[in-house]
Design a protein around this ligand. Structure first.
Ligand code: FMN
Length: 236
């Protein structure tokens, strides 16, 4: 694969980081630079202060609103930690582009309507899977998961015999479980990093103050409005 040349951050630095970060994600996606170019490490902190991290897929990058979205199980370890602190950090790394993006800020649950819309865009087998897995809970045997999957399919009138693949034209009405949905991370702190020679990497950090605006979005989703960004170059 072609090794992409490195490039420095623009000079002067953009007044907002998100358009450039979104352009980097777009470039990684259109050039198919790696599998899952939208994969990001999501870091959370438990109520006792212990941090944890895992990969999730970024499903939306909203430059104008200043946020990104991802989907998961609300009762998972990450969901519990997000409920405890209301904050997360997300990290993208595109190795072959020599770029890294760090995003931090408060996290809110998407409205039920928005989570429904994404949930119903997924294959019915994946929707059944959301019912079958109590994510982050212990399970004695892998066969128990298959039994839970079969039971969920049967409950919603979907044939177990079609669970094997994700293809096929049949669809079944599998509703979204209340424990599964999306989150929005409202970016108040962002760092863009570009690899450079002699480890003199190019870094810049943008910060802003977010003001909670719970009434701004219909269907009860909290939202935040961002003040102006402050930007500084950082030593590598
Ligand atoms: C490439 C990749 C993509 C993933 N995408 C998601 C995702 O979008 N949502 C999710 O809940 N888990 C996703 N996972 C699984 C998580 O990394 C993790 O195992 C799971 O969410 C449980 O994390 P928790 O116990 O810390 O809550 C993904 C894993 C990988 C390797």
């Amino acid at each position: 694969m072609e090794l992409l040349s490195t490039a420095h951050l623009p000079h002067p630095l953009p007044t907002t980081p998100l358009a450039l970060a979104a352009a980097w994600l777009e470039e990684a996606t259109t050039r198919a630079i790696q599998p899952n170019p939208n994969a990001m490490t999501l870091a959370t902190v438990a109520a006792d202060g212990h941090p944890s991290a895992r990969i999730v897929l970024c499903r939306g990058f909203e430059v104008e609103r200043g946020c990104i979205t991802f989907f998961t199980n609300y009762a998972s370890r990450k969901g519990t930690e997000l409920a405890a602190t209301g904050r997360a950090a997300a990290l993208f790394h595109w190795d072959l582009l020599h770029r890294q993006v760090r995003l931090e800020g408060p996290v809110t649950q998407l409205s039920a309507a928005e989570s429904d819309a994404y949930f119903h865009s997924r294959p019915w087998q994946s929707r059944v899977g959301a019912w079958a897995s109590q994510q982050s809970q212990p399970v004695a045997h892998r066969e128990d998961l298959k039994a839970a999957l079969d039971a969920a399919a049967t409950r919603f009138g979907a044939p177990v015999s079609e669970l094997g693949g994700t293809g096929g034209t049949n669809d079944y009405a599998i509703p979204r479980p209340a424990h599964w949905g999306g989150y929005r991370l409202w970016v108040e702190d962002a760092e863009l990093w570009v690899e450079a020679a002699y480890r003199l990497h190019d870094r810049a950090r943008w910060t802003r103050t977010l003001v909670a605006n719970p009434a701004a979005v219909p269907h009860g989703e909290a939202s935040w409005t961002g003040g102006p960004w402050q930007v500084s170059r950082l030593q590598p």
